[in-house]
Design a protein around this ligand. Structure first.
Ligand code: FES
Length: 296
């Protein structure tokens, strides 16, 4: 289902966003879900999101949007946030698996407008009926778009030979992204060239037992104990400290704050390796040192 969201006051524009951004939507079921903005980033008269109605995997949020939302209804959404921005590069290879096409659409519109060099590889079981397939096929940039049914038909040719000034923008189900990333890395691409957007938290691979630790709030000088099994966010909230939270699963970036000292045990899928040195997600990450100092 494709939703077009406008501000409550008709003539008002919505906050601007960059390609790759998502919003949180409070679904009628009460669950908050993240959806990539799939319309042009140059049009702030409305946000467009596309929702896959999948009874088998939906935990209720998407299903309630697909079945309980009707035209004219009011929905509460967050401002756009972006954990999947287009980096500077000479060339761009966009690779989508199924509904992972959504954040890549504003990217290709922006790249096309900027006369950048880009190509899209869209893997979808039904290329004839896939979301946005008609639009892509009938566009002025159709020669940049390549459809395939599955990775069994092969990886994008452009990934076979590494190119130092190309960025790979990858979005789709976890298994699909893992397979494409591994293929690219094995072909000689550097991991930093592969930019991904996960829609669900990545499988946790950390082996550290949850130990208690302290967080020091640099601005107030307060020290707060985080118990084993408690998140930094809940320890801060219990101490009456206001913080931003949305997904609480390490996926949206709402709770990220600057980390001034200590080493984080990062469990989010938002921060890049580079950013992890100076930031931490309060909802899910822990500490590898007895204490973390936060810019709060
Ligand atoms: S609240 Fe979404 S990453 Fe922490």
């Amino acid at each position: 289902m494709r939703l077009r969201l406008v501000a409550r006051a008709d003539d008002e524009n919505l906050p601007g966003f960059e390609p790759g951004a998502h919003v949180d939507i409070m679904t009628p079921s009460g669950l908050i879900r993240q959806y990539s903005l799939c319309g042009s980033a140059d049009d702030t008269s409305a946000y467009e999101v596309c929702i896959k109605h999948d009874n088998a995997t939906s935990r209720g949020g998407s299903a309630s949007l697909c079945t309980q939302v009707s035209p004219g209804m009011e929905l509460q959404i967050s401002s756009p946030r972006n954990a999947f921005t287009l980096p500077e590069a000479r060339r761009y290879s966009l690779v989508a698996g199924g509904i992972g096409i959504t954040p890549l659409l504003p990217m290709l519109l922006r790249l096309q407008r900027n006369n950048a060099e880009w190509e899209l590889h869209y893997y979808t079981r039904e290329p004839e009926q896939a979301p946005f397939a008609d639009m892509l096929r009938n566009s002025s940039y159709q020669e940049h778009v390549h459809f395939r049914r599955s990775l069994r038909e092969g990886y994008p040719d452009c990934l076979n030979i590494p190119s130092p000034d190309t960025a790979i923008m990858l979005c789709g189900p976890d298994g699909f992204m893992n397979a494409v990333s591994s293929h690219a890395v094995a072909a000689g691409w550097r991991a930093e060239q592969i930019h991904t957007e996960y829609f669900r938290p990545a499988e946790s691979s950390h082996s550290l037992m949850d130990q208690p630790f302290e967080v020091v709030l640099a601005r107030s000088g307060q020290t707060i104990r985080v118990q084993a099994g408690q998140s930094i966010a809940s320890a801060l909230l219990a101490a009456g400290i206001e913080i931003d939270l949305a997904c609480e699963q390490g996926m949206c970036g709402a709770c990220i704050v600057p980390l001034l000292a200590g080493v984080g045990d990062h469990r989010d899928v938002v921060l890049t390796q580079e950013e992890q040195g100076g930031h931490i997600a309060l909802c899910c990450s822990r500490s590898r040192t007895p204490s973390l100092t936060l810019d709060l």
